[in-house]
Design a protein around this ligand. Structure first.
Ligand code: NAI
Length: 462
């Protein structure tokens, strides 16, 4: 095959890569995007954020029908689960969205290359797969994402002992699911199967859930999840997971083994830097095998860039998207910018947990003096009307300047509410700015305004 040449070749069509490719095409560059999977969209769209959200929605509706409809005076009898239909709907959501990226590529004239790419030289890639051959890029972006980390002693079998990929598609509801790791993935997928009828035990190495999250919010979350039926085994170090016939046995240090029929390993993710030929062209990796980049996303090799999960920072789709856009704006001779202080994180459990900026623990460690405003959803009219009142909004503001430094929300639609907080932090707003801004009544967003008022001890409804 004749070697095709492009202004920019992006390796990987996840949220970082496909967004970078489209933005670069908008800026007038001739762009190709190489992807080895049949569907575009990367982990997030195919086997991550999107299918998990589809399952969370369906399982929550099932749970609501079972436990909460009655209080609204709606009697539906005992709801029956049709798991195959539920899973099919999830697959259709994924199909619609991944197909949407095909459409966007065509619309923006991004050339899709099907296959696996590896560097031959700093601007030539070898492609293996359907579009086998070589392609040349004046600029190349590595956007290859990450994969699930597996602990030593655990052998994944692709059915009973697996990662989030398997847990998105169990064909029957497990009787007992053991989740290893109380992070985002463990709690979201644990919630799905708990609501559908599994017993769920979460084994976590640390003495808390959701490491990195504001401790006060994580403690409240744990109590709520325990009420829902989650069993947490904190401070447990998993040594091995074995199959014993149809059963799995999870062995932890110093305690009795735990038996389960499914095990979900969710102990973090590692960058996809193997097999790309990065050593061949001298690309520097850090101690965790992430590609080292500067603020312009340039690697140690000229005209080769990296973005998303493959570089340092939170492994989040929206962080990768911001980096993809900023990176190609630099390549096109413009200014790119990512505000890492205002990147929100959301766990789509029920209630949702969302945060942006600094946690209380970080501010204490950094010796920053701050004021705190807290407002409970119990005192929010809309939350009462929704019969969804568990949780609170917590705002941390600089004691001297009143600038908002961190916002942590646990409660209904926290994942949507956090957008206002992220903008407040990006625009360097003070809690006073929020307190004097009108918020529609009755909305959940009023809880954010009241928390801002609470920073100055003048919340009205608490
Ligand atoms: P995570 O880093 O959020 O949590 C992993 C947990 O496993 C930690 O609590 C850790 O202490 C624990 N752990 C590690 N080794 C262990 C051991 N030997 N025994 C028991 N526990 C152990 O990782 P997770 O949940 O796998 O997610 C991976 C990435 O994907 C994260 O960076 C996350 O931000 C991202 N993600 C984001 C989502 C969202 O934004 N809603 C959803 C899913 C994933």
């Amino acid at each position: 095959m004749e070697r095709k040449s492009f202004d920019l070749v992006v390796i990987g069509a996840g949220p970082g890569g496909y967004v970078a490719a489209i933005r670069a095409a908008q800026l007038g560059l001739k762009v190709a995007c190489v992807e080895k999977e049949a569907a575009l969209g990367g982990t997030c769209l195919r086997i991550g954020c999107i299918p998990s959200k589809a399952l969370l929605e369906s399982s929550e509706l099932f749970h609501q029908a079972k436990h909460n409809f009655a209080q609204h005076g709606i009697s539906v009898g005992e709801p029956k689960l049709e798991l195959a239909t539920l899973l099919k709907r999830k697959d259709q959501v994924v199909q619609t969205l991944t197909g949407g990226i095909d459409f966007l590529f065509k619309k923006n004239k991004v050339t899709r290359i099907k296959g696996t790419a590896a560097f031959i030289s700093k601007n030539i890639l070898k492609i293996e797969g359907a579009d086998a051959g070589e392609i040349e890029g004046k600029n190349i972006i590595i956007a290859t994402g990450s994969k699930a980390t597996v602990l030593p002693g655990i052998e994944l079998d692709g059915t009973n002992i697996g990662t989030s990929t398997e847990a998105l598609a169990y064909s029957t509801v497990p009787r007992h699911l053991v989740v290893i790791g109380a992070g985002y993935i463990g709690l979201e997928l644990g919630s799905v199967w708990l609501r559908l009828g599994s017993k769920v035990t979460v084994v976590e190495f640390l003495d808390r859930i959701l490491p990195g999250m504001d401790q006060e919010i994580a403690t409240m979350a744990q109590k709520i999840f325990e009420k829902q039926g989650f069993v947490f085994k904190l401070g447990h170090k998993v040594k091995a997971v074995k199959r014993a016939g149809e059963e799995c046995v999870v062995e932890c240090e110093g305690v009795d083994p735990i038996k389960a029929d499914k095990v979900l390993v969710a102990v973090g993710r590692a960058p996809n830097t193997d097999g790309l030929g990065l050593d061949k062209i001298g690309i520097k990796l850090d101690s965790r095998k992430r590609v080292e980049v500067n603020h312009r996303f340039e690697t140690s090799v000229k005209n080769v860039f990296a973005i998303g999960d493959v570089i340092a920072g939170p492994m989040l789709a929206h962080k990768a998207e911001e980096e993809g856009i900023a990176c190609v704006e630099f390549i096109a001779g413009k200014q790119g910018h990512v505000d890492y202080n205002s990147i929100p994180g959301v766990a789509y459990t029920h209630p949702e947990i969302a945060s942006v900026g600094k946690t209380e623990e970080q501010l204490v460690a950094e010796k920053v003096s701050f004021k705190k405003g807290v407002f409970s959803f119990k005192a929010n009219g809309r939350a009462q009307a929704l019969a969804d009142t568990e949780g609170k909004v917590k705002i941390l503001a600089d004691a001297e300047t009143d600038r908002i430094l961190g916002v942590h929300i646990i409660g209904p639609r926290a994942g949507d509410l956090i957008a206002e907080a992220a903008i407040a932090i990006a625009f360097k707003a003070s809690s006073e700015d929020i307190a004097i801004s009108s918020h529609a009544h009755p909305t959940l967003a009023e809880a954010f305004k009241e928390a801002a008022m609470a920073v100055h001890n003048r919340a009205i409804h608490s």
